[in-house]
Write a protein that binds this ligand. Structure first.
Ligand SMILES: NC(=O)c1ccc[n+]([C@@H]2O[C@H](COP(=O)([O-])OP(=O)(O)OC[C@H]3O[C@@H](n4cnc5c(N)ncnc54)[C@H](O)[C@@H]3O)[C@@H](O)[C@H]2O)c1
Length: 265
């Protein structure tokens, strides 16, 4: 891939890992951060910092990549799309808000931009997309993480995270409810829902398991075309245990696909 100009929204764990990989490959990277962001101190000298989409436009990004959270999707992505930039978002859970999703899709469609959705910490979305129109489709997702990942939620339920003897089901419901309840953790369920039968038809279970090693995602799909079952066990990002390490690599792979003359869909 020839050298590109890429704007990252945010410069936290995922964006910093991604920026390192992009710079090593010769790309020019800038980051859009709030003026008071604590991440400013970690941005290397050769990564320009901008604080508004207007300022970002002067950088003339060929692609914008969001790795900043649901609020950034609401606050920054509409303006990027209305300037015709393609935007790859990792905080897909924000799209559980129907109005926001429709607004972003409309702006992208009418201004020549493109809203690109990252598969992030999950895989096999190609299969889910292929069966998404099946008559008898049933898609279920289960998240299983150790108590350390859910310490605050466990305490709120009266459990001691350090002394949990058996698993606790924290949530069961639809992907729409899950994305709203856990904005930092359930982007994966949102990606599955959007690839498949939608937010209200995708079943989600969130389990805290003292025997769990790492963050596991289990997906089952059944339809008239057959069955699919996968389990992915992700290691946490060294810089943020709430995010999986693989996410920055997944974004890098998506960026390479976006600019490549050959794409695997
Ligand atoms: N799709 C997936 O599989 C997946 C997996 C993990 C995380 N994520 C998403 O990626 C996001 C980033 O993860 P992280 O581990 O890098 O988080 P982090 O907390 O380490 O970093 C967040 C960064 O975003 C910046 N930021 C926050 N709000 C902003 C705004 N409105 N405008 C500009 N910058 C803003 C912060 O200053 C910080 O630099 C998460 O919030 C989550 O939504 C997606």
């Amino acid at each position: 891939m020839s050298a590109r100009r890429i704007l990252l929204i945010g410069y936290g764990a995922i964006a910093a890992e991604l920026a390192d990989a992009l710079r090593q490959r010769g790309h020019t990277v800038a980051t859009l951060l709030r003026a008071d962001s604590r991440s400013r101190d970690r941005v290397p000298d050769d990564v320009a910092i901008v604080t508004s989409v207007q300022e970002a436009a002067a950088f003339a990004p060929e692609l914008v990549v969001e790795a900043a959270g649901h609020a950034a999707v609401r606050e920054v992505v509409p303006d990027c799309l209305s300037r015709g930039f393609p935007v790859l978002i990792s905080s897909i859970g924000a799209l559980h808000d129907k109005l926001l999703f429709e607004q972003l899709a409309d702006i992208a469609g009418s201004h020549g931009g493109r809203l690109l959705l990252a598969s992030g910490a999950l895989g096999a979305l190609d299969y889910i997309r292929a069966v998404s129109a099946a008559d008898r489709l049933c898609v279920a997702y289960e998240s299983r993480k150790p108590p350390a990942a859910w310490a605050a939620e466990l305490r709120a339920l009266g459990h001691d995270p350090d002394a949990l003897a058996s698993e606790v089901v924290l949530f069961e419901g639809t992907a729409r409810e899950a994305a709203a309840a856990y904005p930092q953790n359930l982007n994966v369920a949102a990606a599955l829902a959007l690839a498949g039968p939608g937010f209200d038809q995708t079943r989600v279970a969130v389990i805290c398991d003292p025997a769990a090693r790492g963050n596991t995602h289990a997906v089952k799909a059944e339809s008239e075309y057959g069955t699919m079952a996968i389990t992915i066990a992700n290691r946490p990002s060294p810089a943020n245990p709430k995010s999986s390490w693989i996410v920055s690599r997944s974004l890098l792979a998506a960026i390479e696909q976006h600019f490549s003359p050959v794409a695997m869909l």
